[in-house]
Ligand binder design. Sequence first.
Ligand SMILES: Cc1ncc(COP(=O)(O)O)c(C=O)c1O
Length: 371
Amino acid sequence: MKFHGHILRSGLWKSPERDLSSVLLDLNENQFLHEFLARFMATELKPRDLFTYPNYQPLLSELAKYCKVSTDSLLLTNGADQAIDLVIRSVFSPGDRVVVPSPVFSFYYQMLDVNGVAPVIVGFEKQAQRFVLPTEAVLEALQTCQGLILCNPNNPLGVRIDPEQLKALVETCVRQDKPMIVDECYFEYLQHSCLDTFNTARQLFVIRSFSKYFGLAGLRLGYVITRPESIRELMKVRGPWDVNHVAVKAALFCLQNREALQRAHDKLAQIKREIIEVCRANAIVVYESDTNFLLLQDQSDGRLANAFAQAKIRVSDCSQYPHSFGLLHNMLRVAIPASSDLKTFLMAILLGSGSTAASVAHLRSVEVILK
Ligand SMILES: Cc1ncc(COP(=O)(O)O)c(C=O)c1O
């Protein structure tokens, strides 16, 4: 017996341990939906939801309205991760080369590797305190590659791709008839999609998730949006019941109760602004982001990381992030904390900033936010 050579040669993408006694800000989960999800569990879940096979049609109808596409343009998946896996192995062949502007969500490299597809890395650039996609370099690389994977907005950088640049990239892929995957897992924080201009391009595969804005990371639900004839092919590869019924019901609940989600999002946006202000007042470099997380620059002695560790706050240290060209050296990626964790979070920021004068003004700002 023998495994495929490209699987044997690939690294292992291991899910990190989740220490539930900590404040978990390391995987960009939504911290703002406790009450909303408690209401879902109390009012919607029935024993039948566990012992029957799922019914997908109601969710597909609601999701089609939400995405402004037809139901046959949608494929539900077991998290966006499964969508990434399905599309990569369905449209690329061993030996293909695919442009991957980086750093980016590292699961793409894993799925390319196990399928024997080579990532062709084009590095983001840093211009004044902002990360920028070098479109010309991407277009040039594309000439000798069979496809493109983009993440918009980008994880871990947090930035969006300029709509004009995105349009130029989609147009090129369409013209050259090359598949283009656009991962829009953080779409709801940006409210701009390449579907706004290109919902009929057959080369385009948009991937989204219920893990972030909708807060259902534990239930594992994502989806692909593309042309119906491609959905038909992807359906042959996905298992018939890969998406569970509780996830389906929870997603329906989310889509039908969007005002509550919007209120949670407004709170997140407010807390995010306050954190940026406190960081800047304490000389911590923080990067603007179009997502539910922020990148903070630590000192070389890891002071901020230590302060978070002491406060039992889990964050993601991006220093070792693959293909990051030094852009993420000493960078910490943190999800926006819930109001209930904010005081601990800001105290860690003050401690980690090394400002000896943890001034009354700073502490007062903490109190203001907590009101
Ligand atoms: C850019 C990006 N794509 C995909 C995923 C995976 O999402 P899911 O939880 O739906 O599998 C994540 C999760 O962090 C992500 O950040």
